[in-house]
Design a protein around this ligand. Sequence first.
Ligand SMILES: NC(=O)c1ccc[n+]([C@@H]2O[C@H](COP(=O)([O-])OP(=O)(O)OC[C@H]3O[C@@H](n4cnc5c(N)ncnc54)[C@H](O)[C@@H]3O)[C@@H](O)[C@H]2O)c1
Length: 367
Amino acid sequence: MRETVHVDLPGRAYDIHIGPGLLAEAGAYVAPLLRRPRVAVVTDATVAKLHLEGLRAGLAEKGIDSTALELPPGEATKCWAQLEVCTDWLLSQQIERGDIVIALGGGVIGDLAGFAAAILRRGVRFVQVPTSLLAQVDSSVGGKTGINASHGKNLIGAFHQPALVLADTAVLGTLQPRDFLAGYGEVVKYGLLGDAAFFDWLEGQGPALAAGDMSARIEAVRRSVQMKADIVMRDETEQGERALLNLGHTFCHALEAATGYGNRLMHGEGVAVGCALAFELSARLGLCSQEDPSRVRAHLRAMGMKTDLRDIDGDLPDAEALVALMGQDKKVVDGRLNFILARGIGQAFVTDDVPRDAVLGVLRDAT
Ligand SMILES: NC(=O)c1ccc[n+]([C@@H]2O[C@H](COP(=O)([O-])OP(=O)(O)OC[C@H]3O[C@@H](n4cnc5c(N)ncnc54)[C@H](O)[C@@H]3O)[C@@H](O)[C@H]2O)c1
C-alpha cells in the first residue's frame, strides 16, 4: 500500500511517498540525497516519544547517523525564540550546506524546521516527515515555511521546497482524536475548493477514515496531496491560483488571533469553521445555493467537528473586532481583504470584492 505523488518544479522536483511503514524505510529514501551519512532531526517532545526511535532505526538501517532536537509541542513553538534555539542547535551540530535537516512532526515542526533550513548557511536541504494528518495532507507539501509574529500568523517566512516528503500513514494512529480531526478540516477543504467528487467521497468515507481505515486514510492523503501538488506546480509562489488553498483561512486566521493561537482553537479546526463561514458568505452573496453551506456544516457536524463560532470555548471578540483582525492577514492587498468564495462545492475562486457588511453579518449570525 504505497502511493507516490511527484512535485515537478524546475530544479526543485521532489517525491511525496505515502503509506504505512515509511519511517522504518526512511534510510533507503534519504540515503541517495546525502553527501555524508549523517542527518539532523528536528521534532517535538510528543512526537519524539512516539516516533523518533522508529525514524532513527530506519535511518540506521542504511548506516545513517542521526542527532535530534526536541522542541516543545504546540503552535507557540513557531516563534523567534524557538527558531533561534533550532538554528543554534543546527550550527552546533555542524550542519553544512550539503547536509540534510529532517523535520519529524506536525505542521508546527515542519514550518519551523523548514524555515530554519531555508536560512541556515543561506539554505540547506530538508526532508519532511509529517506525522499529523494536517501535515501529511497540506503543510509538508509546497514549500511554505515560517513562524508567527506578534502581528499575526505566518508573517515571517520563506518559500523553501523540501527535497523529499515521507508521509507514513501508520503514525496517524497515535494522534489524539482532536488532532486527527483538526487535520481532517484541511482534507475537507480540498473537496470544497476544487473537487466536488472528493467531497462526496468524504461524506461517505469520513467516518471510516477517522476510525482508522488505512486504505481510506491513504486515499485521502493521496488525493489531497495530488491536488496541492498540482496547484503548487502551476503557481509556486501564490501569484494567483495557489490562494485557493486558503479557503476558510481569512476567517481562520482572525479566529486564531482572537483565541491566542492556543488550545482553544487548533489551526485545522479554524479552517473547518472558516470553510463553513466562507460557504455561508458565498450563499448570502448569491454565489451558491443555500443548500451548500448546510451540506458543509452537516458533514463537519457528522464528523464531530467545530462548525460555528459558538462551538469555540470562551468569549470571542465581536464581529467588528474579528474583521479588524482580518486586516493583518497576508492576504490583504492594497488594504483590500482577499476572500476565497465559492460558486458551489468544488468551485472556489478568489475575490477582493466582498462588502464588509456581508462579512459582519455572517460573523454576527455565527455567534
Ligand atoms: N506550510 C504550510 O503550507 C502550512 C499549511 C497548513 C498549515 N500549516 C501550519 O501547520 C500548523 C498546524 O499543524 P498541526 O495541526 O500538525 O500542528 P502541530 O504540529 O502542533 O501538531 C498537533 C499536535 O499533534 C501532535 N502530534 C503530531 N504528530 C503526532 C502523532 N503522530 N502522534 C501523536 N501526536 C502527534 C503534536 O505534538 C502536536 O501536539 C500551523 O502552524 C499552520 O499554520 C502550514
